[in-house]
Design a protein around this ligand. Structure first.
Ligand SMILES: Cc1ncc(COP(=O)(O)O)c(C=O)c1O
Length: 436
C-alpha cells in the first residue's frame, strides 16, 4: 500500500524553490526511480522515520557510514562531550592523533592526513602522486567513482590508450586530457597503457572493490596485478577505500585481498565509516610518499575543518566499536537478505545477479555476471524502479538507483531483516511486471 507522502512532497516543493533539484546530492532526488523523495526526520538503529511519520528499514545507511546503525548511544555520548568542549579550533587536537593511530594500526598506511570528504581525499592523493613522481598521467576505470574531482569526471576516449573526455559539462577538456579511462577487471588494457606511456603515468586509482556501479568485485588477483604493474613502472597504486574501508571487512577490501596476498597500496583513501556519520575522510600511505606533503614537503594541501574534533571523535568511537562481532553480524544479515532477494526474484522470473565483496553487496537486474561498467549497464532500470517502490511502500528504503550497493549495520536485528524478507515476494512480482 502506498504510504502518505504529503509532508515530504511539501518539503520537496519548498526545497526545489531554493536548491537545484531540491537536493544536495543528486541520487537523493529519486530521478532514477521516479516519485517523491522522502525527507527523513529522524533515525534510530536500523530505522528511518520520514516527515509523514512513515518508518523504513534503512538499507543505505547514509551510503555506507552508519556501520553501527543510527544514533548509536556511545557514539552520541562521545560526540556530545566533544561538542561541549567547542566544535572547531583550527589547531591540532588529541582526537586527530588518536584516530590517525587507529587507522595506521588497522590498515597498511604509515601516515595519514585528514580531509572533510572523499572527493578531497582522492583529489589530494592524485596531487601527491603527481608531486611525488614528477609525472602527469592518471589512469582510472570506467564505472569507478572517486567523488566529483574534475580530472576523474571523465569518460573513455575513442580508444583504450587515448585520453579521456569530460564526463560532465563544466569540466574543461584540459582537466581530463591527462586521464586515461580503462574497462574494469581488464588486465590487457592496463598492460597496454603502461606500454604506451612508459615514464608518464603518475598513478593508477581504483575503487578497491567498485561499489559505485553496483558491487563489482575485483577478479582474483586483480588488485595485486595493479599494484605489481604500478611498482614495475614507477607509478603509484592508489586504492580508493572511501566506500569499502572499515565496511567490506574490518580491514576493508584490503583485508580481503592485500592482507592475504601480501601487498600494500602506495596510497589509500578513506571516508564514510571513519567519520561515524560526520564529514571526515583521509588519505594516507607510504611514509616516504606522505612526507612530500606540506609542511614536511613541498606538495600543497590544506583544510579549515580537516581533522575537526567532532568528526574525529565520532570516527574514533565508531572504529573502536567496530569489532569482529559487528562484521560477523552484518555478514550474517547480508547473507540472509541476499539469499531471500535471489529466491524471490527467481520465483518471479526476474533476471538478476547478486554480487558481493565481504559484507557489501548489490543486486543487478541483469543476466549474467557483471565484471565492468559495460556489463553493469545492462541492468533493467525499469524493473528495479518497480521493485524499489514496492519495497518502499512496504517500509524498506533501498538505494534509489539500480547501480548502488546496499548497506546494512550492526543494528539490523531480526525484526529489521524480517521486514525486508516479508516485502520481497510482492516487490519481485512488481519487478516482473515492469521488466523491459
Ligand atoms: C569510492 C568512493 N570514492 C570517493 C567518494 C567521494 O566521497 P564524498 O562523497 O565524501 O566526496 C565516494 C562517494 O560515494 C566513493 O564511493
Amino acid at each position: 500500500m502506498p504510504r502518505p507522502t504529503d509532508a515530504s512532497a511539501a518539503l520537496f516543493e519548498r526545497a526545489r524553490a531554493v536548491t537545484p533539484g531540491g537536493v544536495n546530492s543528486p541520487v537523493r532526488a529519486f530521478n532514477a526511480v521516479g516519485g517523491t523523495p522522502r525527507f527523513i526526520r529522524s533515525a534510530a538503529g536500523a530505522w528511518l522515520t520520514d516527515a509523514d511519520g512513515n518508518e523504513y528499514v534503512d538499507l543505505i545507511c547514509s551510503w555506507g557510514p552508519m556501520l553501527l546503525g543510527h544514533a548509536h548511544p556511545e557514539v552520541q555520548a562521545r560526540v556530545a562531550e566533544a561538542v561541549a568542549r567547542g566544535t572547531s579550533y583550527g589547531t591540532p587536537t588529541e582526537p586527530e592523533v588518536e584516530l590517525a593511530e587507529e587507522i595506521v594500526a588497522r590498515t597498511p598506511v604509515e601516515r595519514v592526513r585528514f580531509v572533510s570528504s572523499g572527493t578531497e581525499a582522492t583529489m589530494s592523493a592524485i596531487r601527491l602522486a603527481r608531486g611525488f613522481t614528477g609525472r602527469d598521467i592518471v589512469v582510472k576505470f570506467a564505472g569507478c567513482y572517486h567523488g566529483h574531482v574534475d580530472s576523474l569526471l571523465a569518460s573513455a576516449g575513442s580508444g583504450l590508450a587515448t585520453f579521456a573526455v569530460p564526463g560532465t559539462p563544466g569540466v574543461p577538456v584540459s582537466s581530463t586530457e591527462l586521464t586515461l579511462v580503462l574497462p574494469y577487471n581488464d588486465r590487457a588494457a592496463v598492460d597496454k597503457v603502461f606500454a604506451e606511456y612508459p615514464d608518464r603515468i603518475a598513478c593508477l586509482i581504483t575503487e578497491a572493490a567498485p561499489g559505485n556501479m553496483g558491487v563489482v568485485p575485483p577478479e582474483p588477483g586483480f588488485n595485486a596485478f595493479l599494484s605489481e604493474t604500478c611498482t614495475r613502472h614507477g607509478a603509484l597504486f592508489v586504492s580508493d577505500e572511501v566506500m569499502t574501508g572499515f565496511r567490506a571487512s574490518k580491514l576493508g577490501q584490503w583485508g580481503l585481498d592485500g592482507a592475504v596476498e601480501g601487498w600494500r597500496p602506495d596510497l589509500m583513501t578513506f571516508g564514510k565509516v571513519m567519520g561515524g556519520g560526520f564529514p571526515a575522510a583521509a588519505f594516507g600511505g607510504r611514509a616516504d610518499v606522505m612526507s612530500r606533503l606540506v609542511p614536511e614537503g613541498p606538495v600543497y594541501q590544506a583544510g579549515t575543518l580537516s581533522g575537526n574534533p567532532i568528526a574525529t571523535t565520532a570516527g574514533l568511537a565508531t572504529l573502536r566499536l567496530a569489532t569482529d562481532e559487528v562484521y560477523d553480524h552484518i555478514g550474517v544479515a547480508a547473507d540472509t537478505i541476499k539469499t531471500a532477494v535471489s529466491d524471490a526474484l527467481s520465483e518471479a522470473g526476474v533476471a538478476h545477479v547478486v554480487q558481493a565483496t565481504g559484507t557489501m553487496f548489490s543486486v543487478f537486474f541483469a543476466e549474467g555476471q557483471v565484471r565492468d561498467f559495460e556489463s553493469a549497464s545492462r541492468t533493467d532500470a525499469s524493473a528495479y524502479a518497480a521493485f524499489f517502490h514496492a519495497m518502499l511502500d512496504a517500509g524498506v528504503y533501498l538505494p534509489p538507483s539500480a547501480y548502488e550497493a546496499w548497506f546494512l549495520s550492526a543494528a539490523h536485528d531480526d525484526r529489521a531483516v524480517q521486514t525486508v524478507l516479508d516485502a520481497l515476494p510482492d516487490a519481485a512480482r512488481a519487478a516482473a511486471a515492469a521488466q523491459a
